[in-house]
Design a protein around this ligand. Structure first.
Ligand code: RFL
Ligand code: PHB
Length: 389
């Protein structure tokens, strides 16, 4: 088989890139090691910046998002028993869109199918080859047979645990990492959200987040020690803990119900540099991870795709390599700003056991300052709605 761009990974990065390339007449094949239902079973992001919203529209897959997505003009910070709203729209002129990653992925998969794009699911042992040379190719196994895809470029859209970053370990890649001493226990339930916007809570017992997917489906998180196992947490124990960490009026209004998904995600900040190795590009979580506190992971995947797509379009359309040569530098500039913001939101809102009560007091002072400073709120809002591409 031959294609122009072989895309490894059928998550949001791979699907978005594939669709933009197809729309521009650039041939591509997507390979994923699991199947469609498995990918759609992963409950992840929920908040889209305007840039990601525009990218989905540009891909031609934004119709349902515009019908069903919820526009949020602000969010609440809860601390010291009170709540403060960050007026995103008033402070920046921009809102965010609450639309689940599962739905966005489903829309992109459906659109790819409808427009005749090729995705090979359940591809085993996917391996990129010769991306340093002039004839890159990818091999994979399916039903016991090894296949080969010759290509011009390989897009590594295969997430944090993928094969692409692993295959450049001896090629001068540098990693920058911070691991946090806790995780997020998340629950998805078909109950109406407790509030029409998100609530991020700093509490002496640990962080909590009240989020949502629709008017009838809620997503809630509480900070837990890394040693906790999801089996230890009954639904009742989760709801009780959440009630303790949010203001009283919120706790009283909380509607609970059986969970339809429950999982623990560790928190990590990670950046790989550079993001290009010859004909191989790292895109999205394959190149970087943010803790979810700033809601930036999926949004960074979208901005990476923007820079890479523009570079590839220039390469094929104008025969210029300027865009692909600039990909790593351009993407990393935006990535590091989102890394900084996600790290600072994480430091501000979580309980760090090693920092003791001093740490908690400093956080409360910063939150109190934030609630009285227009400048500090503007800085937070600008970063939350997303910096320009
Ligand atoms: P993905 O989604 O991980 O997709 C990678 C795909 O590659 C496949 N793959 C392979 N295929 C072939 N061969 C191999 N060897 C392969 N290895 C892996 C996988 O099967 C998969 O299909 O990466 P992508 O596309 O870069 O997308 C990134 C986003 O998924 C991620 O950044 C977000 O989910 C992060 N995130 C959030 N981001 C936001 O913007 N806003 C949020 O509100 C938000 N909340 C979250 C989050 C992530 C979370 N967790 C669980 C990590 C909340 C949570 C709890
Ligand atoms: C979510 O709804 O899953 C979500 C929302 C905001 C975040 C992280 C996760 O910051």
């Amino acid at each position: 088989m031959r294609t122009q761009v072989a895309i490894i990974g059928s998550g949001p990065s791979g699907l978005l890139l594939g669709q933009l390339l197809s729309n521009a007449g650039i041939d591509n094949i997507i390979l994923d090691r699991v199947d469609r239902d498995y990918i759609l079973g992963r409950i992840r992001a929920g908040v889209l910046e305007v840039g990601a919203v525009q990218m989905l529209g540009k891909a031609g897959a934004g119709e349902r998002m515009h019908e069903e997505g919820l526009i949020h003009d602000g969010f609440d910070l809860s601390f010291s028993g009170r709540r403060h709203r960050i007026h995103l729209k008033d402070l920046t002129g921009t809102s965010v869109m609450v639309y689940g990653q599962t739905e966005l992925t489903r829309d992109l998969m459906d659109h790819r199918e409808a427009t005749g794009g090729l995705t090979i699911y359940n591809a085993e042992a996917v391996t990129p080859h010769d991306f340093d040379g002039v004839r890159p190719y990818v091999t994979y196994k399916k039903d016991g047979v090894t296949h080969r895809v010759d290509c011009d470029f390989i897009a590594g859209c295969d997430g944090y645990h993928g094969v692409c970053r692993a295959s450049v370990q001896d090629k001068g890649i540098q990693s920058f990492e911070k691991v946090y001493p806790f995780g997020w226990l998340g629950i998805l339930a078909d109950v109406p959200p407790v509030h029409h916007e998100l609530i991020y809570a700093n509490h002496a017992r640990g962080f909590a987040l009240c989020s949502q997917r629709s008017h009838t489906r809620s997503r809630y998180y509480v900070q837990v020690p890394l040693t906790d196992k999801v089996e230890q947490w009954s639904d009742e124990a989760f709801w009780d803990e959440l009630r303790r960490r949010v203001p009283d009026d919120v706790a009283q209004a909380l509607v609970t119900g059986p969970s339809i998904e429950k999982s623990i995600a560790p928190l990590r900040s990670f950046v790989a540099e550079p993001l290009r190795f010859g004909a191989l590009f790292l895109v999205g979580d394959a190149g970087h991870i943010v803790p979810p506190t700033g809601a930036k992971g999926l949004n960074l995947a979208a901005s990476d795709v923007h820079y890479l797509f523009e570079g590839l379009r220039e390469h094929y359309g104008e025969e210029s390599t300027a865009g692909i040569d600039a990909y790593s530098g351009r993407a990393l500039k935006r990535i590091w700003k989102a890394e900084r913001f996600s790290w600072s939101m994480t430091m501000l809102l979580h309980r760090f056991p090693a920092d003791g009560e001093f740490g908690q007091k400093v956080q409360e002072a910063e939150l109190d300052y934030l609630s009285s400073s227009h400048a500090a709120q503007t800085a937070m809002a600008e970063n939350y709605v997303g910096l320009p591409y």
